[in-house]
Design a protein around this ligand. Sequence first.
Ligand code: KIV
Length: 276
Amino acid sequence: MSKTNERKKTTVQTFVSRKARGEKITVLTAYDYFTAKLLDEAGIDAILVGDSAANVIHGYGSTLPITMDVMIAHTAAVARGTKKALVIADMPFLSFQPSVEIAITNAGRFLKEGCAEAVKIEGGIEMVATVKRLVECGIPVMGHIGLTPQSIHRFGGPKIQGKEEVSRAYLVESALALEEAGCFSIVLELMNADNAREITAALKTSTTIGIGAGPHCDGQVLVINDILGLCEKGFAPRFLRQYTDLSPIITEAVSKYINDVKRGDYPSEEESYRSK
Ligand code: KIV
């Protein structure tokens, strides 16, 4: 039996019971069928179809340009490759902020067309009404506070959040309000470890998933391209642990292929079909 078959399906309740038991939750992003299949078979708890697809798949400089249709295509591909992990779709810029009705319509599309099992929305206390209605509609919601990349222009860059007392208080207040509104989980991005610890301890059922928020969160998330070295050379934020470097491996394989074709070494006799 494969690892995937032995494992129970991760649900939003799994997140909550893991917090109660003090067991860490593992999350990675994925954007396509085959990567999702590999992550699922390796035993990841949840796959976030992040709007970071805008950066690492489509080559944009921010997450802002990616659309609902593109995110749904990525989500559906990931869902087809996933058996046990929870599939969470990231709602793109302006797909939920304009009104609660727009948020319901678009979150619904992720569940109906993308086969996602939950959605993630960026924002703090100001998102409470939206979270409440989505949860009332039966749509599990993951929150996201701290550095929220869809507001990068307001922040003026990828800056650590919660450094001043006012913004620290806003983070704590937001986390409590999002839990109260029904978020089963909240991403804490780019904040001091002490603030993330305080938030994690203050939440009773909502699980915190950190990225650049230190070791005290209930779980961690990273962008798959970043841990595999499939990102821009020199991209090395302090929080990132790069587990392998696939870029030179791919470059070497492709260079060998180019040389083999040019030299007439590929395809060989054994790699060719003959009429008899
Ligand atoms: O889009 C994304 O990949 C994310 C994670 C980094 C949390 O939002």
